[in-house]
Design a protein around this ligand. Structure first.
Ligand SMILES: [Zn+2]
Length: 341
């Protein structure tokens, strides 16, 4: 099976009333963890690479690893998505490389740090929508800014400074014709999202629900949505790590989001924690070992376990075989008939 368009996966998720986890990758083992988890739970898959990941692994490596994944797991509809493209040029290079979905994050300027104007965001997003849809490629956009910094991307802060304005979100989707919309509701990138279990003061699920009311047809995306489980923090700290106490987004809040139009849920930190905990455990318990496979194997297993849990919790499990993939050329034809203001 070739890589498929993200739009198709999200449309199907909307029909079925479930969400799909989008997991970040930088290397072979992470891709293997996700694909094995998908096979075991029969889940459609969104694999995403940030600019940082593309630079770390060189994107031709990532692309060919993903092609291997589609050969080895032909029964799994698989999307390769660019996470937080900072400019139309970055999105263009990803599309040319074979990514089937891109995020144009015009909420920030190309430096990936400075909040932009509404007009700038509309302009760059529209540009990417035109370029991507002509090839059947999906576009995720962002309005409002998340907190925190990850892979050098983000404006920092606690995530409450630039919450998404629902009326502006509505106008933005009308003007740009984007397929999916990332919104800022108080979440942050990275491990340090909240200093206590989040309530409505810091995690604005009411904003999300209002946006969904205004845009019932738009696929919403929750970024910074790792749950940062205490068990994973404990394993790291038990084996010599020094994580400070922190709280993520509780799974039940994500599930509330999924009942209100969230179709894509970005998870990275939880997988990073699982990998690091597993490696630390081997290093502490068996310091005589020096074959990387001795710690990469348990790391891969630990990440697979987290991904499987999320696939079940988000509801995507069991849905891999629901539909035939639509070729990108056919998606491009379909976009021609969709009017954009
Ligand atoms: Zn993000």
């Amino acid at each position: 099976m070739a890589l498929v368009s993200m739009r198709q996966l999200l449309d199907e998720a909307a029909k079925g009333g479930y969400g799909i986890g989008a997991f970040n990758v930088n290397n072979m083992e992470q891709i293997q963890s996700i694909m094995e988890a998908a096979r075991e739970t029969k889940s459609p898959v969104i694999v995403q690479a940030s600019r940082g990941a593309r630079a770390y692994s060189q994107d031709r490596f990532l692309y060919h690893l993903m092609m291997a994944a589609t050969e080895l797991y032909p029964e799994i509809p698989t999307v390769l998505h660019l996470d937080h493209g900072n400019s139309p040029e970055t999105c263009k290079s990803a599309i040319e490389m074979g990514f089937t979905s891109v995020m144009m994050d015009g909420s920030l300027m190309p430096d990936g740090k400075t909040p932009s104007s509404f007009e700038y965001n509309v302009q760059v997003t529209k540009e990417v929508v035109e370029m991507a849809h002509a090839r059947g490629v999906t576009v995720e956009a962002e309005i409002g800014c998340l907190g925190g910094i990850e892979d050098g991307h983000g404006m920092g802060g606690d995530g409450l400074d630039h919450l998404t304005d629902p009326a502006q979100a509505e106008e933005f989707v009308k003007l740009t014709g984007c397929d999916a919309l990332a919104i800022a509701i108080g979440t942050s990138h990275g491990a340090y999202k909240f200093s206590r279990k989040p309530d409505g003061e810091v995690l604005k699920m009411d904003v999300l629900i209002e946006i969904h009311k205004r845009l019932p047809e738009t696929h919403l995306v929750m970024h910074g949505s790792s749950s940062v489980p205490q068990e994973l923090q404990d394993i790291i700290n038990k084996y010599g790590g020094k994580l400070k106490p922190t709280f993520g987004v509780p799974v039940e809040e994500i599930q509330l989001g999924i009942r209100n139009g969230v179709r894509k849920v970005n998870v990275d930190t939880d997988n990073r924690l699982a990998i690091t905990g597993a490696i630390r455990k081997v290093f502490m318990e068996a310091p005589e070992k020096f074959d990387p496979r001795d710690y990469m194997k348990p790391a891969r297993e630990a990440m697979k376990k987290v991904v499987m849990e999320r696939m079940v919790q988000f509801g995507q499990a069991g849905h891999a075989g629901d539909y035939e993939p639509i070729p990108l050329e056919q998606m491009a034809e379909r976009y021609k008939t969709m009017a954009v203001a």
